[in-house]
Design a protein around this ligand. Structure first.
Ligand code: NAP
Length: 317
């Protein structure tokens, strides 16, 4: 399916999972008269040429954004300031500049000072991803039925916010607008804390001396493997997320530690009622996520299960 171009020229900086997914969707849908893409890594730029991620692969961030009407930085949060420095002097007046970072307050503070007043800076966060990185990991359908949160600074141009909203909706996302501070608090509990917990559990299991590493892997279907998907996420990206959203993560971590202590006490005292009540409450939350279409209703995340082998009786029939 192709639609009318929404922007004469779009520039994407950083061609990992998110940047290459946007690139694929923009090309498939025909959303840019010209799509210019770039990445800091020469290997990634070469791969972008092979994968035809853009109409043109630029060698530098400054070259990529020249004359672009929409610029999206798809780089780790800790790199956003550098990218803003690279592009600040090369942006077309009236251009929309955005990003996809998982933290919004720090991105706003890092990028805004380097951008001219003549552009519309509207940070964004598509709440969609996988544990994979790099230009080969992306796919055009990544954003379908996922949320994209826009965090325009106070006084942002409403027409520019609307254009970016339409862009993300065309990629299949549902769009919500909120402040950067609110985004960072919400995502601290829905995304950042779960990642920290997964990184911790997988690390803890790896270090246990009385359970061998091979047993951890062998019996992982008992729950462990579902944490390993999250704990396999990109180390650079997640290091930057925790350094950039320190306050909100620490606040949520405090609440989590209190709740964990409550459950620890219940186990120690043999208080089954506390455990049962908590587990009943959390089961309902999963049903709510499924009902909102944010997760499959299939058991075991829809993993295929091999059929039982046929018995001799059945083979005879
Ligand atoms: P990724 O797969 O690691 O890709 C990031 C790309 O940016 C890499 O190719 C990297 O090149 C490149 N890059 C680094 N510094 C650069 C620079 N100065 N100029 C141009 N390119 C540069 O990461 P990702 O998963 O797409 O994440 C990108 C952003 O999306 C992050 O801010 C993350 O918080 C956000 N996000 C991620 C997810 C997710 O699930 N992955 C979901 C939502 C939002 P090198 O490899 O050479 O460093």
């Amino acid at each position: 399916m192709t639609t009318e171009p929404q922007f004469p020229r779009i520039a994407l900086i950083g061609l990992g999972l998110i940047g290459s997914s946007i690139a694929r969707a923009v090309r498939q849908l025909g959303l840019a008269g010209e799509l210019v893409v770039t990445d800091a890594s020469p290997e990634v730029r070469a791969r972008a040429v092979e994968l035809q991620l853009g109409h043109r692969v630029a060698d530098t961030n400054a070259d990529a954004v020249t004359d672009a009407d929409l610029v999206i930085a798809c780089v780790p949060v800790g790199i956003c300031a550098k990218v803003a420095q690279d592009i600040g002097g090369h942006l077309k007046p009236g251009a929309i500049v955005s990003d996809v970072g998982s933290v919004k307050g720090s991105v706003l503070r890092a990028m805004a000072p380097h951008l001219p007043q003549t552009v519309h800076f509207i940070p964004a966060h598509p709440v969609a991803g996988t544990e994979n990185s790099g230009p080969d990991a992306g796919f055009a359908e990544l954003f379908i039925n996922r949320w994209c949160i826009l965090t325009p600074p106070e006084g942002a141009d409403t027409a520019a916010v609307e254009r970016l909203t339409v862009f993300w909706r065309t990629l299949g996302a549902n769009v919500e607008v909120m402040t950067a501070e609110h985004h960072d608090l919400v995502l601290a509990v829905t995304s950042h804390l779960p990642h920290l917990i997964a990184y911790t559990i997988v690390g803890t299991a790896d270090e246990l001396e009385d359970v061998t590493r091979s047993e951890v892997l062998k019996f992982s279907a008992g729950g462990f493997r579902d944490f390993t998907r999250i704990a396999a996420s990109d180390p650079t990206m997640w290091r930057d997320v925790f350094l950039s959203n320190k306050d909100a993560v620490l606040e949520m971590l405090g609440a989590f530690q209190e709740d964990l202590s409550k459950l620890t006490r219940a186990i120690r005292r043999g208080d089954g009622e506390v455990l049962f009540d908590q587990f009943t409450r959390t089961r309902a939350i999963r049903r709510g996520i499924v009902n909102l279409g944010q997760e499959t209703a299939s058991p075991d995340f829809g993993r295929p299960h091999a059929p039982l082998p046929k018995t001799d009786d059945e083979t005879d029939e």
